[in-house]
Structures are given as structure tokens and as C-alpha cells.
Design a protein around this ligand. Sequence first.
Ligand code: BGC
Ligand code: NOJ
Length: 813
Amino acid sequence: MEQQKRYGHFDDQHREYVITDPQTPWPWINYLGNEDFFSLISNTAGGYSFYKDAKFRRITRYRYNNVPMDNGGRYFYIKDGDTVWNPGWKPCKTPLDFYECRHGMSYTRVTGRKNGVEASVLFFVPLKKWAEVQKLTLTNQSNEVKNLKLFSFEEWCLWNAATDMENFQRNFSTGEVEIEGSTIYHKTEYRERRNHYAFYHVNTPIQGFDTDRETFVGLYNEFADPQVVIEGKPRNSHAHGWSPIASHYIEVTLQPGESKDFVFLLGYIENEQDKKFSAPQVINKDKAHALIAELDTTQKVDQAFAELCQYWDALLNIYNVRTGNDKLDRMVNIWNQYQCMVTFNFSRSASFFESGIGRGMGFRDSNQDLVGFVHQIPSRARQRIIDIASTQFPDGGCYHQYQPLTKRGNNDIGGGFNDDPCWLIFGTVAYIKETGDFSILDEMVPFDNQPGSEVTLFEHLKISMDHVINNLGPHMLPLIGRADWNDCLNLNCFSWDPNESFQTTENVSEGTKAESLMIAGLFVVTGKDYVALCQKLGKTQEAERMQKAIDAMIEAVKKHGWDGEWYLRAYDFYGNKIGSNECDEAKIFIESQGWCTMAEIGAQEGMVAKSLDSCKKYLECEHGMVLNNPAFTKYIYEYGEISSYPEGYKENAGIFCHNNPWVIIGECLAGRGNDAWSHYAKILPSYVEEKYQTLHKVEPYVNCQMVAGKDAFKPGEGKNSWLTGTAAWMWYTVSEFILGIKPDYDGIRIDPCLPETASDYTVNRKFRDAEYEITIHPNGAQKGVKAITLDGQLVDGTVIPYSAGKHVVEVTM
Ligand code: BGC
Ligand code: NOJ
């Protein structure tokens, strides 16, 4: 293994990851903002901001896959004599005397020191505000007076991030700005249909500005050596078309030991139609002035920051564990929960691997994300469920994605992914179990957002189940449609045209026999939940009807879905087996092992145990379990995108972290705690960070979607960090199945599954209006609760009955 250099470390006390070398193996980013205004920020302050929708309301510009990588962001240039430097090292890359980036919970602090001056910038989006605060503190740590020239820099995006990157014949003529005091306003297209503008403000008088990019940077210069900064003189340029930017110029004198704060504010404003202008062509700035006034002093900003920190304190106090294992505790208590909030907010839209243009909110993705998030802010999860269900069609099918700004289904992608409907049950049941709020089931929810088409949410769940039942194939297994969870197993696609997307090409659906064992398992798991819900609601007939369908599905899997040592993956268009020992390649797939073991199909016949053993034997490697084995070595027309990836990457035998937890849960249900733990630890970021910082490449504090598998050129290399269902599944797995604290309709079910080396641990769990302190004594057992006491009283069974107030629970295994 190559020499592993370290670029940072965890600081658990502050809930931060501290990066000490700016030249990380890949930009290591963080997210700012919690609800409407969002920013992505790298460890060198690269990145961009947007309002709600990274495609339709992009505030600042960012160029993906740039050279150098991660170029463009919020930059402060400090000119001290002839030396120009940035607190985050980039873009000037002037060697710093000290560099540190601290990524925390919705904030990032970047600090640089050069020639006796320290510049520290705190970036965050205050709660409920549509603005990014950049609090810059300059400190003179030398013995001489320092006369510094400070230039700020932001580059505006012309709102629609897609057309911003392509429609230059128009774009170069539309750009418009206004300058008023220390505020630069970006108002492109405001004259016509937009009722929103952005601004960049600083809370001090400025000695100059620039708003035209070519004037500021110089046509033959770069972000690393902007002409204006090199000359040390702003040009007060006023952009008309071309590329508008915002740069303030401030002269700063610092006595030895002196420190000064500057509050920069990047804000977003919406005006009502009849209040757009204060004079012809002049934007109405009232709301901007008001927003600025709320955040124009260090004191106000510090207060807003304190509120943000309290907000996170409260969120992270809902589920808190003390196991004595720092690596586990920091992931459970901090980073895994944090990543769940981020995936809930962004689905798969905007990361350093998702351009914010292509993909909105996924139907299946968002339902899974909310399972990782629902304990944090249940009311937001509730709204999300309604939004998602509103994109369903009357037959139970649904749009695969919808846009966050409009909440409308995305026509470009369409529907037909036959696993999608089941996930609505997964998400809704998790919400009700967490909150006890059955009233959500009575909410009237439309189809395809059409007013007048509303039926109850319960009805949506019912048609979701029916969608599977109404789309069975020749083996009575679910037809796969466009694809199931694995977007790349495109069995009805048959594409020879490299210019068409596997995801959207017209599928052949007439006469298809393509069936999915993954959906079969998913149907049984979510079906059991649905049946229990119906029973809870007194809908006995419906419960019985669905139980029959589940029993039939189980029989179909046992009969047509078992390959001898593991579950098959699918049948193709022609009815041939996929994921069978009979196949030349990809003899075994992880998804069906995960879902069918979670469904415990054929447990009595030994299928579950055999399947789990096969995962260890064929899929597991040093870095986790691969998706399929052996990898495809050639393109298979009948299978689509999966076989388009080189061996060991993505859906072709990559370690697709998302589905490792499915097998881990299968292990937990089977009571195999040692195996569950060893699979889990392999993809737990804190374990990976210790061993593989350089090899792994991406952020060591969060999970990534994919780690190169054993057949890859460089096994262990990670990609697609942050926005992945892995976050929610890691959380669901560890919180409910390993540590064993499982919300249920009437209370909390306690059923841990642990490695036999586990010591006693305590979980503090806020649940509805109750607060439980639960201490587990494993006594070397992997599974099996012997006795539970609630406030000293023996409990019957494994569910602690819910009652408001503080409770102490002791569990002996
Ligand atoms: C990726 C999948 C993704 C799909 C949908 C594919 O290229 O490999 O992981 O879900 O695109 O955009
Ligand atoms: C990423 C997609 O967002 C998700 O929906 C899908 O299940 C996986 N890729 C696997 O293809």
C-alpha cells in the first residue's frame, strides 16, 4: 500500500474536521445553509451559492471539472506590499505560514497567516436568512504597522446554471448591476421576468469596487493574479453585459496586535411584482437594506452564529451514544447525522460530483434520505413526504425526480422505475413511527400535482403496493420497468446509440419478461410494514389482502429466485437468469442478497444464512462489499449501463456503499453481530480516515457513494462523496439495528446486534415528548435481549411503551 499522508483530523469537541494542508487529494467540501439559501464550500473557499434550486436559482458561478480543479469561489485577496495571498491559499497559492480549514456543522472557518498577518474567515448561512455571512477577521501579529489592501471577489451566475454555461450569444449582453455605497447588486433579467436579485455587501465604507470580470481579472490573467489586485488599484468598473462580478476594495491599517472584523454578506432578495422598482430601472432595495441591517455588525453576526450552533446542539442531542469507541461515537453523534441532513436537503442535486443541473430530488432517494433525517426535524420530513407523493400518478407509478423549486415532476427523466412506489411506504412508515402522527395518512395529496385529483396519503400507499402487484412478470416476480434501485440495470433498453442516455432512452416494454428480485425483496419488507400499519388502523381486510400478496411473493422468490447459494438478481427481457452461477460474469449481485435477507425470505430453509455467507465469500474485500462479482468485462446490450462501466467502478462491481447496509441489516436480523460489525466498520468513514486518507481521496468525514472495488485499477479510491443514500442507510443500520434503538408505533423497540467484544453503552434518545437514557449490557452476546427495565420496572417484551417525560432504561442481553 502506498504511503499514507495525513491532511487533517477530527476535533470531536467542536464537531469539526480540521484540515491542515490545503492540498488535499481532492477538494474537501462542506455545506452551508439549512433550508432555502445554500452554499457549497471547499477547504480553499471554492464553491457557489444558490437559492432552493441549484439549477434554476444559481447565485454565484462555478465551473465544474475545471483546470485547476475547484477554481472559483468567494475569494479574499490580501495585498501586503508586493505579496498577494488568500486566507484559504487559493487561488494565488502563495505559500502560507499557517493554514487551517475547519469544517463544522453548517459552517466553515478558513484561516491563513502570512508575514505577520492572520486572516480568518467564518462562513455560514444564518438560520432563516437568505444570505451567506463571511466574517473576515484580520489581525496584525507582527511588530510593525501593516497597511493592507483588501479585495473581495464573487462571480455572479446568470441564475439558470444550465443556460449560464451555454447560451453565450445572449448571456454576454444581459448582465446588469447596480452599485450603492458598499453594496453591489446583481440584477440580470430583473428588468423582465425575474423578481429576484442578489447583492454582495460589506459593513464598512469601501475605497473602490469592480463589477466587470475582464476589468478586474484582465483578459489574459487568471483568478490567481487578477490585474486589479496586482496593480493594487480598483477601477470602479460598472458591468454592462459580459460577466458581472462583485469585488470590494478596502484599505486597512492595522497597528501591531490590532484586529479588525469585516462582515461580508452575499444575499438574495425576492420582490413582489408591483414593488419591483423604486424608480425606472432602479431595483427596490428595501428588503436588501433590511436584511443587511440584521447582519451588519460583528455582534449581530456572532449572535446569529451562536443560534446556528445551538440549533445543531439541539439536533444532535436527539440521538446520542457513548460507547467508549471514539471512531464509532463521532460518526453516530456527529458526522453521520450531519450528512443525513445534507442529503435530505439536496437529494442528489448539488455536490462536487453532481453539477446541480442534471438531477433534482429523486423519488426513491428522498424517501430514503428522510429515514435518516426524520428524528431531527419531523415536520420537514412530513412536508417532504407530501411533496414526493404529489408527483405520483394514479396507477401508483411516479416521476423519478422532481425539481425543488417547482416541486413538479421532471419530464426529462419521466417515470417507469418500478421500485420507486415502494419507497413511499418506507418513508411514511418511518415518519409515523418516529412521531406517532397518523394524521399524515389523511392528508389529501394530488396526482402529478393536478388540483382536483387529491386522494388521501393512505390511498397513495395502497396504490404503491398495487403498482407492484399489477406489474408482475412470468415468474410472478415484479417487472423491473426502466430499472429498479440499480439505475444502471437497464433490461428493456437495448441501446447501441452512444448519444442516447441509458436513463431516458425509449424502453421496449411490450413482451418483456424482465423481473427484479431486488423489488421482490423490497416489496416483502415494505409490504410487511404496510400490513402492520393496516392492522394498526383496523383495516383488517386490506391487511389480509396484502399479506396474501406478500406470501405469494415469498413463494415466487423461493421457487424462481434462488440459485442454490444466493438469490438471483433478475430475469432479463427474454427470461434468462441474471446473477446466477450459470452466468459467465456477474454471477452474484448484492442488491437481492440485501433485500431478500432483510425480508428473511427462506430463512428456515437456510437461504438467508447461505446468501449472507456468499456475500462474504464473493463480494467482500478490504474496503467493503462490491456490487457484483465478477465484474462485467464487456458491454452487454441486453443489460445496459451497468456493463458500460469499467471493472470495479460504479454499478459494475464498485463498492456501492449504499447497499452494504442492506446486507448488514440482513446480518443483524440473522443475529450475526460479528459479521454485521466487520462489514459496517469497513465503510465507516472514521475507520477509513485513519487508514486510507490519500488512497480514499474524498472527504474522510462523510460516506461517498462509491469506492473502487476489488476489480478496479485502484481499489479503495472513493468517488461521489456527500450526496448518497449511504448516509441514511448507515444511520438506519447503526442506530436501529446495531445499537438497536428502533422507534415503533407504541414505543421504542430495543434489539441490538453487536460484535461479541462490545462493552456496555448508553444511548440518550429523545422520542416525541419523552427522553430515554438507555444503557445496554451486552455481556458478550451478539443478539437477544433478556430483560429490560423501565424506571426500575421490568418490561414485558422488547418494546418500551411510550410515555412522556424522562426515563431510565436498563437492558441486559
Ligand atoms: C449512475 C447512477 C445514477 C444514474 C442516474 C448513472 O450514470 O451510474 O448511479 O443513479 O446515472 O442519473
Ligand atoms: C444513484 C441514484 O441516485 C440512486 O437512485 C440509485 O439507486 C443508485 N445510483 C444506484 O444506481
